[in-house]
Ligand binder design. Structure first.
Ligand SMILES: NC(=O)c1ccc[n+]([C@@H]2O[C@H](COP(=O)([O-])OP(=O)(O)OC[C@H]3O[C@@H](n4cnc5c(N)ncnc54)[C@H](O)[C@@H]3O)[C@@H](O)[C@H]2O)c1
Length: 360
């Protein structure tokens, strides 16, 4: 049986990948030590998702291993050797703010942990595809230097700019810009992943995500924008906005659409590639716009608290141009737009949170 190793398997993208590849007939080997709980507290734990995978996927095997533990990782990879066809690496410390509190931990998980996995793949399964969930934060704050105009509900790029129609492509510089420590550790990993493709000829690829989202996210204030915002809407908790008048724009890609990109890549891998991977013009919103959508769905006003200071490293306007991926893989397109994604997150948050509220 073909095997896929997924790091961060209980997280949003890891669990979506596990279900997807299981449906395709893979034995899925998950690696996740619930470090998200250590980063962000009990609310952000992904242990519920690990339990769901174990109970719903008959061939799923879980290893609660830290990706930095080289010996433990190598022993997992050695067990499957050449049966191992796909490695999806999603485990990470994912927050700017948290990275600044503990730079050594952030860098060891994001950069050194990626090196451990690349080397284990090179040693035990050099023909496997290695897919890395990078981030648009590798471009640092270069997007904030684009000519932006303020509209009623959002920041928007100047309509005369080449990025206006389709968003930001992969030619934007990753250099000489403020990344935040999180952006720097992810960029180090991104460059390593590219190098294993270019130097060793391995089938490696970086997907530089905008906001990744979906009902499987364990959203929390420091990470998981839409999931956390909808959680606040359902629970009636005030949502906190940090700077830019709440008009900052993010594009949002549903976890299914991203994992479908992974699958298309594996059918015809191109070593060392990088792709911007977001909702694009199809699925994006400012914070104000998505708050209005939540109010429309719920039929009530949503309480917000506004802080004048923006988060360091936050983008004012980000929309991904996904046309490079679409040129290489014409069979792929977005299945989800913003409305569908938000409504799906609402249904699952309501199902999860309302019983808790009744019990309290
Ligand atoms: N969610 C986003 O908006 C977004 C945007 C751009 C890029 N990304 C990147 O995509 C990837 C997946 O994001 P996500 O939202 O699914 O993250 P997530 O936090 O939901 O899942 C990551 C999982 O990795 C696990 N993990 C963390 N450190 C670990 C370690 N040292 N060893 C083993 N397991 C560990 C966590 O417990 C968690 O279950 C991350 O690499 C993230 O940096 C995410």
């Amino acid at each position: 049986m073909d095997v896929a190793v997924i790091t961060g398997s209980a997280g949003l993208i890891g669990a979506e990948s596990a279900r997807f590849l299981s449906r395709k007939g893979f034995r899925v080997v998950g690696i996740d030590n619930d470090m998200r709980k250590t980063f962000f507290g009990d609310d952000a734990s992904t242990d519920w998702s690990r339990r769901e995978l174990e109970s719903s996927l008959p061939t799923y095997v879980h290893h609660p291993v830290d990706i930095r533990d080289q010996a433990a990782i190598e022993s997992v990879f050695a067990e499957y050797g050449s049966d191992l066809k796909i490695v999806i690496h999603t485990a990470a410390q994912p927050s700017h703010d948290w990275a600044a509190r503990a730079p050594h931990v952030d860098f060891s998980v994001n950069a050194a942990g990626t090196l451990v996995l690349l080397e284990a793949t090179r040693r035990y399964a050099p023909d496997a595809c290695f897919l890395f969930t990078s981030t648009n934060k590798v471009y640092g704050d270069n997007p904030n230097k684009l000519p932006l105009v303020e509209l009623d509900s959002r920041w928007e790029i100047d309509p005369q700019h080449p990025y206006y129609e389709h968003g930001i492509d992969e030619s934007l510089s990753v250099d000489q810009t403020k990344h935040s420590l999180f952006g720097a550790s992810k960029l180090a990993a991104d460059v390593l992943v590219q190098e294993y493709g270019r130097y060793f000829g391995m089938k490696t690829v970086c997907f530089r995500g905008g906001c990744l989202t979906g009902p499987g996210h364990s959203g929390t204030q420091l990470h998981g924008f839409l999931s956390y915002l909808v959680k606040c809407a359902v629970a009636g908790t005030p949502y906190q906005i940090f700077g830019y008048k709440g008009k900052q724009v993010r594009d949002n890609i549903h976890s299914y659409d991203l994992v479908n990109m992974f699958w298309h890549y594996c059918q015809n891998p191109r070593p060392g590639e990088v792709y911007n991977a977001g909702g694009g013009r199809q699925s994006n919103c400012s914070i104000r716009e998505v708050l209005a959508l939540c109010e429309e769905i719920q039929g009530r006003r949503m309480p917000v608290v506004y802080h004048d200071e923006n988060r360091a490293g936050d983008h004012i306007w980000w929309i991904s141009d996904t046309r490079k991926f679409q040129r290489h893989y014409p069979g792929w397109s977005h299945a989800y737009d913003l409305q569908r994604t938000v409504r799906e997150i609402f249904s699952s948050a309501t199902a999860r949170l309302q019983p808790l509220a009744k019990a309290a």
